[in-house]
Design a protein around this ligand. Structure first.
Ligand SMILES: Cc1cc2nc3c(=O)[nH]c(=O)nc-3n(C[C@H](O)[C@H](O)[C@H](O)COP(=O)(O)O)c2cc1C
Length: 475
């Protein structure tokens, strides 16, 4: 029998009260307000490790959502991604109480220099014994730009060009600066590191000048597993060069497959293999022992969803809730003095009521299932086999019920169907869990591998072909 494709499953988290399920934190038994308590992370990590999850994936932003209603008040009232702790710092705590759980963590390439970040990630890769991944983002909040000395956001494609240089610096540090056998720890001769096996990188680029050598010796994976979420032409080109796991979307199976194949083609253009990129989607799974139990939970979550939280998260530049529901969106925009170009995703000739329903509905996952373990497992098998998904980031409606329900009800069913490994079977670095035993390091054909052994450190990378992918958007 052909081997069944197995699911890679992350819990989607953020060190804040309201990440993506707005309005649900006050529900009875929800632990979200404990996000600043280290015990929250210890308990959660153990539920996930023993519950059959592969990893926990931590989102991050570095600014306030202050576009909606021209200020941060709505976001603050809602606990919308603010207050928000530094996600890198909760990982060692979780690593200390787990052996297998992977950690995906978000960090932006736009504002902080690469040398310090290279050090932090190498530290995490050592402390977790090779269990970290990095979600590369370029950041989207205007307030983030103002927190780091800029008046406004750097244009979209330019952020990707800067990100490309950022990763280039990191590869030089992570892959090229130290040889694997540089640390000799020779007690007799009193030599810790062989200096002949460590080198400066002397990077001089458009945005960064970094001498090196890297200040941390090679960690189990060297480069953490590179995650990215994108759909834009520039982002796809970037993913083709760098990403190993991509969050992608699509409203239908065909659209999802087309997006994924665009990404794989970009990888091939960059000298990689089509299956060097794995695809993960955000998914909602509401499971109950009976259909009624699952439906009741879903109804509860829908009833408590906060439209204010959703609109603030969407950075809507017009407060549609301030207008009568039967007014057209066009008229509401006119009255608010907001140009149509600022909300290209809103249906202008529909009513405000319909638009509000659309905005709140569009949050609902394309990958959403409500039902018994059998119904859920059937859906997940379809996602794997028909849509071509490799894994999911599980959306949390309730902490820790969402994770516990999945662990107790869904994991056994998926194991029975051969879609998840038996308990404790996967024990390795994060890259090995994704790409198989013996694959802790970047494949040789990945761009980051060009610096191994100190090769190519002074050979500039070909510029990423962003102009061709999205002509004229540099400004
Ligand atoms: C599942 C998922 C998780 C994301 N997590 C973050 C995040 O934590 N922080 C962030 O700044 N952006 C996050 N984003 C936004 C992406 O980084 C990116 O801005 C978005 O996918 C649009 O990319 P594009 O402009 O290249 O199409 C996430 C997107 C998705 C789909």
């Amino acid at each position: 029998m052909a081997e069944r494709k197995q699911l890679f499953v992350n819990l989607f988290e953020m060190a804040c009260v309201s990440h993506i399920t707005h309005g649900l934190w006050p529900l009875p038994g929800n632990n979200r307000e404990r996000f600043a308590d280290i015990d929250y992370w210890l308990e959660l990590a153990q539920i996930l490790e023993h519950g059959g999850f592969d990893g926990i994936f931590l989102a991050d932003v570095i600014g306030a959502y202050d576009v909606f209603r021209d200020g941060p008040e709505t976001a603050l009232r809602e606990g919308l991604q603010s207050p928000n702790l530094d996600p890198l710092l909760v990982i060692p705590a979780m690593a200390a109480v787990t052996e297998r759980l992977g950690f995906g963590v978000t960090f932006s390439t736009t504002y902080e220099p690469p040398f310090a970040f290279a050090r932090r990630m190498s530290t995490l890769d050592h402390l977790t014994k090779g269990r970290v991944g990095w979600n590369v983002v370029t950041s989207y909040l205007p307030n983030a730009a103002r927190n780091f000395g800029l008046d406004g956001e750097i244009p979209h494609d330019l952020r990707y060009r800067y990100a490309d240089e950022y990763l280039d610096v990191l590869y030089k540090l992570w892959e090229g600066s130290w040889d694997d056998d540089a640390v000799v720890a020779d007690r007799e001769r009193g030599i810790f590191t062989d200096p002949a096996k460590v080198r400066y990188i002397d990077h001089v680029g458009e945005r960064h000048r970094v001498a090196g050598p890297h200040i941390v010796h090679p960690s189990p994976q060297r480069t953490p597993v590179i995650f990215q979420a994108t759909g834009s032409p520039a982002g796809i080109e970037f993913a083709g060069r760098h990403a190993e796991v991509v969050f992608t979307g699509g409203r239908t199976t065909e659209e999802f497959r087309r997006n994924a194949s665009n990404m794989s083609e970009a990888a091939v253009r960059h000298g990689r293999q089509a299956d060097d990129i794995k695809f993960i989607a955000m998914a909602g799974v509401i499971v109950g022992r009976t259909e009624e139990e699952a439906a009741d939970k879903w109804r509860l979550y829908q009833q408590h969803a906060s439209i204010d939280g959703i609109l603030a998260h969407a950075s809507l530049p017009v407060d549609l809730t301030a207008f009568p529901r039967d007014l057209t969106v066009r008229e509401a925009l006119n009255r608010a003095g907001v140009p149509q170009e600022r909300v290209p995703f809103l249906p202008l000739d529909r009513t405000v009521g319909e638009a509000l329903d659309f905005v709140s509905g569009s949050r609902e996952d394309r990958f959403l299932v409500v039902g018994t373990p059998t119904v859920v497992a059937d859906a997940i098998e379809r996602w794997l086999d028909e849509d071509g998904l490799d894994g999911i980031n599980l959306r949390q409606y309730h902490s820790f019920d969402t994770a516990r329900d999945f662990a107790e009800l869904v994991v056994p069913e998926l194991r029975k169907r051969g879609r998840l490994p038996a308990e404790g079977e996967r024990s390795a670095t994060l890259r090995e869990r994704l790409f198989g035993a013996g694959n802790s390091r970047l494949p040789d054909r990945h761009i980051g591998a060009r610096y191994r052994g100190g090769a190519n450190l002074h050979e500039p990378l070909e510029p990423l072909l962003l102009d061709a992918a999205n002509a004229g958007s540099f400004s």
